[in-house]
Design a protein around this ligand. Sequence first.
Ligand SMILES: [Zn+2]
Length: 213
Amino acid sequence: MSKSLIEPNLVVISSRYMDNNSYIIFNKKEAIVIDPSFSGNEIIDNINNDIKVVGVLLTHAHFDHCLDTAMIVDKWHCPVYVHEGDKDTYFKYRYDELADMKVKDFAKSIKWFNTKKLSIGSFELNVMHTPGHSAGSVVYQYNNWFFVGDTLFYNSYGRTDLGNSSPIDMIKSLNRLWKELKDNNLILPGHNKWGLFKEVKQANWMVQDIIKK
Ligand SMILES: [Zn+2]
């Protein structure tokens, strides 16, 4: 695992396995965890005792993004926010054959949502529904930070050959991101590298290839 402070109040913990990024955002005495992934212990170690986690956000419900969610829920008894488009993803794909890993069930803590805004404790976030990689994939925006999950990577985009993917929806979602994101927005993907949108645009010939010119 490796940990870095990207900006004040924004921490990323990257797992060696599959290079998943888990993010923690802080606001005074509250925190939100995005995609706990394989990093449950490290996330807990990086949140001081006087800080309360008020929610877990999943960019989508694939096992590698939510494996350690139950650890966070057990410690802070907080809700888990998942877009309702990913109900199928959650219930059908909690076990990964290849990795032989099963996600500990946290269905009782899930708040399924289908809204453009979320108010969680002192946090106000915007949500963009960006189906394609999975039906309920979303982008969460807080401040200038865009948690894009597996919809967009620094120099590629998420797989669209999985059980609940749609290549057509992916093209629409990427077009939307290209239209709505600004050069100075910080793009924080579910795997690997992060960077400003202007850098992602430059590096990402794979997306440039498929979006409308
Ligand atoms: Zn995924």
